[in-house]
Design a protein around this ligand. Structure first.
Ligand SMILES: Cc1ncc(COP(=O)(O)O)c(C=O)c1O
Length: 356
């Protein structure tokens, strides 16, 4: 499929204060748009970023057929930009599409679209280390039809947004609490898809946790309310003595790309990694016996996020990591080193974008 390009005649880049970027507030000059109807993707177009028209009866607004992805592009040097694991994000987007009964996208069009869009807006990729261009592909049902069934028309977009370091003043350990009342996802539901509705459903429990002084909810499984699943927009890891333990992908956990990277690197370092059921009681016990050394989250936004506290029922795990534990720090340095092209990438995760 050919991707047509209409360039803006008025770049907005000179209005942007790159020293004070707020996550998700500033958008680059262009976006990619694709339209699906009559059973296929019709065309791909890169055009100036701006409002799009839709009808109030558009199905996504009523029945929530909407999915997305999130990845980053990194400035390596003036000739090189790296996307991180875009093919894995493409696969996950298609997995989400299948679960939500939406059309899949061709890998070639997805990758070409990203390459052309980012090359065109390459000046928007911040140069400072730990800053990046956040890339947001998303798809929604666009048919004008008030019927609770799968749409016959869809739109796919990619928009991009320059972002600063997640922790601008150094690592800031997050405080987590379990929820007795709410669950994020249940077996057989949409938890392993990056479905917009999963996030809408998590806002109320997150607000309640925040009103009690916590940063986020650490989700337990919806059936026994016992096994840890994930956190807000991160997967979670426990360093218990010389082992790295993380909840297995049961179908209700989002399969994080950063999670996969952490597991691969830890194994490469010769560490024992266990993907299995992790009961909250087990974590409380390993904390009490002094074996729980570090807890951290993994996700595209923060890469690695140290956990300082976990609250469950009447009990509190208070981790002795003022900033970030040594293992989590080494993991952060390794992943970001690969992303910014500062260290070798033996895994083939970086996808260079040609700027000519
Ligand atoms: C619910 C949820 N879990 C985990 C993650 C981490 O996934 P990734 O490492 O691919 O960013 C995300 C972020 O995308 C998320 O939204």
């Amino acid at each position: 499929m050919k991707i047509s390009i209409t360039e803006t005649d008025q770049s907005r880049i000179s209005d942007v204060d790159f020293d004070n970027l707020q996550f998700g507030r500033v958008f680059s000059d262009h976006m990619l748009e694709m339209v699906y109807k009559d059973g296929s993707w019709q065309k791909a177009e890169i055009k100036p970023y701006g409002p799009v028209q839709f009808t109030p009866s558009m199905q996504a607004l009523h029945y929530g057929q909407a999915i997305f992805e999130g990845m980053k592009a990194y400035h390596v040097d003036d000739e090189t930009i790296h996307l991180f694991r875009p093919k894995d994000h493409h696969q996950r987007l298609n997995n989400s599409a299948r679960r939500l009964c939406m059309p899949e996208l061709d890998e070639e069009v997805f990758i070409k679209g990203l390459e052309k869009l980012i090359a065109l807006d390459h000046k928007w990729v911040p140069k400072e280390r730990s800053h990046a261009l956040y890339v947001r592909p998303f798809m929604f049902a666009s048919e004008e039809y008030l019927a609770a069934k799968s749409s016959k028309e869809y739109r796919f977009y990619v928009i991009t947004s320059p972002v600063a370091a997640y922790y601008s003043e150094g690592f800031n350990p997050v405080k987590l609490t379990t929820s007795e009342k709410f669950v994020r996802a249940v077996r057989g539901g949409t938890g392993e898809a990056k479905a917009a509705g999963n996030y809408a459903a998590s806002f109320l429990p997150a607000q309640k946790a925040q009103s009690k002084g916590f940063t986020q909810v650490i989700w337990l499984d919806a059936i026994e309310n016992r096994y840890i699943e994930e956190v807000g927009t991160m997967n979670i890891f426990f360093k218990i003595k010389d082992k790295l333990v993380t909840p297995e992908l049961t179908g209700s956990v989002l399969p994080g790309i950063t999670r996969r990277s952490v597991i691969a690197i830890a194994k490469e370092w010769g560490m024992k990694v266990e993907e299995r059921k992790v009961a909250i009681d087990e974590i409380l016990e390993s904390y009490e016996s002094g074996n729980l050394e570090e807890v951290f989250g993994s996700g595209t936004a923060a890469v690695i996020s140290p956990v300082g506290l976990i609250h469950h029922g009447g009990e509190t795990i208070q981790l002795d990591q003022q900033k970030i534990g040594p293992f989590a720090k080494k993991m952060y340095d390794t992943i970001t080193g690969i992303q910014y092209g500062k260290i070798d990438d033996p895994f083939g995760w970086t996808h260079p974008i040609s700027l000519d």
